[in-house]
Design a protein around this ligand. Structure first.
Ligand SMILES: Nc1nc2c(c(=O)[nH]1)N[C@@H](CN(C=O)c1ccc(C(=O)N[C@@H](CCC(=O)O)C(=O)O)cc1)CN2
Length: 285
């Protein structure tokens, strides 16, 4: 058996088409939608992702002010930039590229961000909104995975979803999202982590297995239910080299699977812009 592939690009294209139309509507009433980016330090991969986001912003007709702080920046320097963007009425969304240098506190910087401008959906208030089922910006990778499943018409409601990994950016918010009472969610969700000795016992019974561990190659064919759906959400980067959680040999066992490149990643960026256009519309309504 060879699994059906579930690419992310058509999902991202659909989301970005909608964002582009909404951006044009804002511009037609004299509003320039704006997504500000903050990069701290000289990490090549992060600088590359910022360039991708700026290119995408330009294609969609967004303004994208950018602040690049040196690796030696202090926490106060970072907070000052965050506050400047918070106070700037022409800036509708802000993202702080992760990671930042080790002497800095990313969570504190995120906590200082205006929650209404939080396009990553990771501010504590927005995570709280997600936990309570209240409207707000959704964390981009979890929202991208829900959209990917819906786009490829993978039924989720009532099915057994197992998420391997409980991190704050993926496993935990994704569990909250897919358990919500909505047609594209409403699943029986189990979160298991790699510290559980017999974690394969959980993944083997998953109708939909979502790898969110950030451990390269941790998911092998024997961890997958034959014919099940496998979504590779977790990745680790060595420089710009992508090391997915899911080993490619899983394609022989799964019924459907995301490609190792061009799976969940493109949907994450699209969701960032969906959050940004929503923030711009709300700020200028
Ligand atoms: N503030 C944020 N920081 C970071 C995020 C984020 O969402 N918000 N995510 C990652 C980096 N990232 C975006 O910033 C990102 C990384 C990778 C991809 C992607 O589409 N990858 C491709 C593979 C590309 C390759 O060949 O290496 C894929 O998955 O197919 C998109 C976004 C950390 N920081």
């Amino acid at each position: 058996m060879s699994a059906r592939l579930l690419p992310g690009k058509p999902v991202a294209d659909e989301i970005l088409r909608d964002v582009s139309e909404r951006a044009a509507a804002l511009r037609a009433r004299g509003v320039a939608p704006s997504l500000a980016t903050i990069l701290v330090g000289d990490d090549d991969a992060s600088a590359g992702y910022i360039r991708i986001k700026q290119r995408q912003a330009a294609e969609l007709g967004f303004v994208s002010p950018h602040e690049h702080l040196p690796a030696s920046a202090s926490q106060a320097d970072v907070l000052k930039v965050v506050e400047q963007f918070n106070d700037d009425r022409d800036v509708h969304g802000v993202l702080i590229q992760y990671p930042i240098p080790g002497h800095l506190d990313y969570d504190a910087a995120l906590g200082a961000l205006d929650p209404d401008k939080d396009v990553d959906g990771m501010h504590p208030l927005n995570m709280g909104r997600l936990a309570l089922g209240m409207p707000g910006p959704l964390p981009c990778t979890p929202a991208g995975i829900e959209a990917l499943l819906a786009h490829h018409e993978i039924p989720v409601a009532g099915r057994e979803v197992v998420i391997l990994g409980r991190g704050a950016t993926l496993g935990r918010p994704l569990a909250l999202l897919l358990a919500q009472k909505r047609p594209t969610a409403n699943a029986a969700v189990t979160v298991v982590h790699t510290g559980v000795k017999d974690w394969p016992r959980y993944t083997q019974r998953a109708d939909i297995l979502i790898a969110a561990a950030g451990v390269p190659g941790i998911i092998q064919p024997e961890h997958v239910k034959p014919g099940g759906v496998v979504i590779g959400g977790g990745v680790r980067y060595e420089g710009r080299r992508l090391l997915p959680d899911v080993d490619e040999s899983c394609e022989a066992v799964a019924g459907a699977i995301t490609p190792r490149v061009g799976g969940v990643g493109p949907t994450t960026v699209a969701m960032l812009f969906r959050n940004a256009i929503t923030a711009a519309e709300r700020a200028t309504a």
